[in-house]
Design a protein around this ligand. Structure first.
Ligand code: HEM
Length: 445
């Protein structure tokens, strides 16, 4: 008879490994791998959870999702905040809505989103002035929020989304807690429910305006209104509001973390910085417009973005709940257990990468880590990140516009990974900058 995966040492009574999971996930997973190899178990406040590593196990998790493994059950706390949408909805709703997701992220729709990226990135650079220092970690949080809002609801988003909307949005994020029951009457959950009600009102009004005058708008929400679901119906206002918030959440902090890390990793590795910088100076014109044609030329930039995804993945864990028993090697994960795909160990395997801890964007040219299941930073299988190209393009626009217009250098010698319950991100990192071309683009506020 198969045995369950071996339990990692060091768990506390009742809490198990949850404190270490929140504070130092990468240390926890590395310890588990050193102790037991590519399948081991942790306890997260009584929720027994198998942690798996490596292409074969990752593939099994992704291909068994929506079969033996349930994705929606694994994200209760997200559902309480964002409602029945995306993969946090049940399988039937997800399958129905997936047609819309595919439509709104099609290549031709991306053109408008890339324009939105250019405008907001330039607005950020304009706000910097000619020289000074700035915290790239916090700047990226704000910038990626504005890019998403502009791409989703267009240039008037500053008028359509008041400060209280962003406060409500933060209240939803602060209530993400996979450990506590989501209906406990505690302050953060009460705030979450109030915030949700108020957001639904705001977004419903936004949707109604687009429904009444579709010809005036060319944004993601308007695309949703003209994209039928699998059953032929168009999403209603509440469904669109949930989708809007779900996409904002899925794409905001994740992209912020990785965009900041890309700049930080390049600054820490001058050889690769120079290669990317030379490419940007060669292919980006004096108008600084980064459209699809320019993006196609930025090979080294995209390689650096991919290498950052490997070394500093912001979505470093993906959860599932076993609806039925499932085996990994000789171990059986029983029904009701959690399963975690983890990027920390999978992205650092000696057997796949030479000097895995080194930032080396050229490793792809040597064919390292070719299997699509090695890198899990954007997930895999049916639920692989729909916004991956959106995010990568956004990071490329940020890097290219920044390097084209500014000389930059790092002022922070050590930057750490900050983990919590959501996406992780770099600790404060200050860079110095000096404008080298007098470019101004002032169409964003
Ligand atoms: C660097 C930035 C990003 C990272 C690291 C990231 C990561 C991920 C990961 C790991 C998943 C799979 C979750 C799982 O299997 O449990 C996922 C799914 C998803 N992401 Fe992203 N994401 C990023 C940016 C974005 C953006 C910008 C958007 C939208 C504009 C987005 C929309 C989505 C959606 C809709 C899904 C669900 C796909 C499905 O279930 O079919 N993501 N993302």
């Amino acid at each position: 008879m198969s045995q369950t995966p071996p339990l990692l040492s060091g768990g506390l009574p009742v809490l198990g490994h949850v404190v270490e999971f929140q504070r130092d996930r990468s240390g926890l997973f590395k310890r588990g791998f050193a102790e037991h190899g590519d399948v081991f178990a942790v306890s997260l406040v009584g929720q027994m959870t198998a942690v798996v590593t490596g292409a074969a196990h990752n593939k099994k998790v992704y291909t068994q999702t929506d079969r033996a493994l349930n994705i929606s059950k694994a994200y209760d706390s997200l559902r309480a905040a964002f409602g029945e949408t995306l993969f946090i909805a049940g399988k039937e709703t997800y399958t129905n809505q997936r047609a819309v997701l595919q439509e709104i992220f099609k290549r031709e729709k991306m053109v408008g989103y890339i324009e939105a990226m250019n405008v907001e990135v330039q607005a950020w650079l304009d706000r910097l002035g000619d020289q000074g220092k700035t915290n790239i970690s916090t700047d990226m949080q704000e910038l990626t929020q504005f890019v998403a809002a502009r791409a989703f609801i267009g240039p008037d988003f500053r008028d359509e989304l008041s400060d209280s909307f962003w406060e409500d949005y933060r209240a939803l994020g602060n209530a993400i807690d996979p450990v506590l029951p989501t209906n406990l009457p505690i302050p953060k959950f009460i705030k979450r429910d109030r915030a949700r009600a108020s957001i639904l009102k705001t977004v419903s009004a936004i949707v109604a305006r687009r429904k009444n005058n579709p010809e005036r708008y060319d944004d993601l929400v308007t695309h949703v209104l003209s994209s039928p679901q699998k059953d032929g119906t168009v999403m209603d206002e509440e469904q669109i509001a949930n989708l809007f918030m779900g996409l904002l959440f899925a794409g905001h902090e994740t992209t912020a973390g990785q965009a900041a890390w890309t700049i930080i990793m390049l600054l820490e590795n001058p050889e690769h910085f120079d290669r990317v910088n030379a490419e940007v100076q060669e292919h980006v014109g004096d108008d600084c417009v980064i459209d699809a044609m320019v993006l196609r030329e930025l090979k080294h930039t995209f390689d650096a973005i991919d290498e950052t995804t490997r070394l500093r993945p912001s979505a470093d864990v993906q959860f599932r709940i076993a609806d039925e028993a499932i085996t990994f090697d000789d171990y059986e994960v029983p029904e009701g257990w959690g399963v975690i795909v983890n990027a920390v160990n999978s992205h650092n395997l000696d057997s796949v990468y030479s000097d895995p801890e080194v930032f080396d964007p050229t490793r792809k040219d040597r064919g390292e880590g070719k299997s699509p299941w090695n890198i899990v930073g954007f997930g895999g299988g049916l639920h692989k990140c729909t916004g991956m190209n959106f995010a990568k393009n956004e990071m490329a626009v940020i890097v290219a516009r920044l390097l084209k217009q500014f000389d930059i250098g790092s002022l922070t010698s050590q930057v750490d990974v900050v983990t919590g319950m959501g996406a992780n991100h770099p600790s404060d990192c200050f860079i110095r900058y000096t404008r080298k071309m007098p470019f101004r683009h002032t169409s964003a506020g």
